[in-house]
Design a protein around this ligand. Structure first.
Ligand code: IPE
Ligand code: IPE
Ligand code: MG
Length: 242
């Protein structure tokens, strides 16, 4: 069993601190974050990850200084036009996840175009969470069901969530040293393995990704069962003596 996580989710945190340490404006850190994301997507494709879901802008990030917010909107537009051809060539299918209503018409059109262009790709699904919040997601799913007069069950809610097109994340990575979820995938991380890295997102390179994947290989996933039921011996796989 290869034990490569099928779905990896990442809170890409630490861009601002990366820039501040270098006496650069915060937006320079976000620009470097795009470089890091490109590298990470390519490494995930090579390692056989099926789905990569990244947190790029949270519902709460609107509360940042207006020049940072507008810089991030501009960076999204630039990244869309600059990166989509390469992602497409690498067989990446892009989905944008989040509330698009507050985004400009130009950005909304760019998102739709990127999704359309890459719709037939099958090597990796890249979910970019932008203006996303876990609470927003649960509320919008419930609203959808209510408007259709459907019963609210775990299954119906799950199918109405913004990530219904992929299974739940197997591994959640957060860079930047904070040990919190910050309103990312609240519903979907119920059984994800959690990995926190002190590296700032622009510094998160292939070796750092491999460390996270190695951590994942050592975990025994029990989903509420006992170790014996899932074929283990009460110790982590990585520590077992053959
Ligand atoms: C994460 O980096 C990117 C976004 C939230 C858009 P930050 O901008 O939060 O970086 P720090 O946490 O201030 O270093
Ligand atoms: C989470 O990072 C959001 C993204 C990475 C897009 P934040 O930097 O916004 O999280 P907090 O504010 O430190 O919890
Ligand atoms: Mg942060």
């Amino acid at each position: 069993m290869s034990k490569v996580p099928y779905h990896v989710a990442i809170v890409m945190d630490g861009n601002g601190r990366w820039a501040t340490k270098r006496f650069l404006p915060r937006i320079a850190g976000h620009r470097q974050g795009v470089e890091s994301l490109r590298r990470c997507v390519e490494a995930c494709v090579e390692r056989g990850v099926g789905v990569l879901t990244v947190f790029a802008f949270s519902s709460e990030n609107w509360n940042r200084p207006s020049e940072e917010v507008s810089g991030l909107m501009e960076l999204l537009a630039l990244t869309l036009s600059g990166e989509v051809p390469r992602l497409h060539a690498n067989g990446v299918r892009i989905h944008f996840v989040g509330d698009r209503v507050r985004l400009s018409q130009k950005v909304q059109a760019g998102l739709a175009q990127a999704e359309h262009t890459t719709a037939g790709n099958q090597r990796l699904v890249l979910n970019v969470c932008f203006n996303y919040g876990g609470r927003w997601d649960i509320a919008q799913a419930a609203q959808k069901l209510a408007s259709r007069g459907e019963a609210i069950t775990e299954l119906s809610l799950d199918r109405a969530m913004a990530l219904a097109h992929v299974p739940d994340p197997d591994l959640l990575i957060r860079t930047g040293g904070e040990l919190r979820i910050s309103n990312f995938l609240l519903w979907q991380v119920a059984y994800s393995e959690l990995y926190f890295s002190d590296k700032l997102w622009p510094e998160f390179d292939e070796a750092a990704l491999d460390e996270a994947l190695a951590f994942f290989r050592t975990r025994e996933r029990r989903f509420g069962q006992t170790s014996a039921q899932v074929g283990g011996h009460g110790v982590r796989h990585g520590m077992k003596v053959a």
